[in-house]
Design a protein around this ligand. Structure first.
Ligand SMILES: NC(=O)c1ccc[n+]([C@@H]2O[C@H](COP(=O)([O-])OP(=O)(O)OC[C@H]3O[C@@H](n4cnc5c(N)ncnc54)[C@H](O)[C@@H]3O)[C@@H](O)[C@H]2O)c1
Length: 263
């Protein structure tokens, strides 16, 4: 039996990309998953793919920017699924504009969905976690929170998510609640469609920055998330678990230049 079988997990932004992969894998491993997603089409596709394979999942169409709807959804999840074990904050909006071209509306929306959306979900699960003296929160962060890689408002919102992890881990550790950030490098998902339109070679062009010679896949991130879901990671809290093929370890093109290596 898998070590996450029977765990009850909420995953936000589970309709596509990394969220979808996490949901499919967790269900295949016997977890019961509540999928939160704003897009009804991707939500129902992921749900039906899980059900087709015999997995146990529930779907909730929700805009994480709507506080009342978030509260109502978590109530519904408690009725349908029972007390959950793990919350995975994965949903985000990604605006790629430079700061001087970013409208206040777009800036606010980045913070509202990517950062405040995670805060609202955390707020919904904490009282129950504190009561049970057990809880597990996994926030999906990004290398963009660790250095400047573009996508300014998104990166600022994600830096807030990284700090949110530390706040939860320290404040609620005594209640048996742990909280960690998974820090992905570039992952080939639908979120890159727009950029791939203007540069279809974008993933190849990024390769020289990755010591492991490739960008990541949703599976690479899912492996780490499933480890964090499991009790094997029970003493890991407040951590940033970097899954980036070595990107943040150094400046690979500079290293190659200094060493006289071909990229
Ligand atoms: N793809 C990458 O290169 C990369 C790199 C680093 C970190 N990440 C992080 O990984 C996570 C998943 O990224 P992805 O590439 O799969 O992105 P994605 O855009 O494919 O998935 C995000 C999901 O969130 C949903 N969502 C957006 N707004 C919502 C709202 N208001 N309410 C509910 N759901 C909403 C979207 O519909 C989408 O299904 C994100 O947190 C992202 O920041 C991705």
């Amino acid at each position: 039996m898998s070590d996450i079988a029977g765990k009850k997990i909420v995953i936000t932004g589970a309709g596509r990309g990394i969220g979808r992969e996490m949901a499919l894998r967790a269900c295949a491993d016997g977890a019961i998953v509540a999928l939160i997603e704003i897009d009804p089409n991707t939500l129902s596709k992921t749900l039906s793919d899980i059900h087709e394979k015999g997995g146990k999942a529930y779907g909730y169409q929700l805009d994480l920017g709507d506080e009342q709807a978030v509260k109502a959804t978590f109530k519904k999840i408690a009725q349908d699924v029972g007390e959950i074990d793990v919350l995975v904050n994965n949903a985000m909006v990604h605006e790629a504009e430079a700061l001087h071209e970013t409208s206040l509306e777009s800036w606010n929306n980045s913070l509202k969905i990517t950062l405040t959306g995670a805060f609202l979900c955390i707020k919904e699960v904490l009282p129950m976690f504190m009561n049970r003296k057990r809880g597990n929160i996994i926030n999906i962060g990004t290398v963009n929170a660790k250095g400047m890689f573009g996508s300014d408002a998104y990166s600022v919102a994600k830096a807030g998510v990284h700090q949110l992890t530390r706040s939860v881990a320290v404040r609620y550790g005594e209640y048996g609640v742990r909280c960690n950030t998974v820090v992905p490098g570039t992952i080939a998902t639908e979120a890159w469609i727009e950029r791939a339109k203007s540069n279809p070679q974008v993933f190849d062009d990024l390769k020289p920055w990755y010591p492991m010679g490739r960008v990541g896949t949703p599976k690479d991130i899912t492996e780490m998330v499933l480890f964090l879901v499991s009790d094997r990671s029970e003493w890991i809290s407040g951590a940033e678990l970097v899954v980036d093929g070595g990107l943040l370890a150094g400046y690979t093109p500079m290293f190659n230049t200094i060493e006289g290596r071909k990229p």
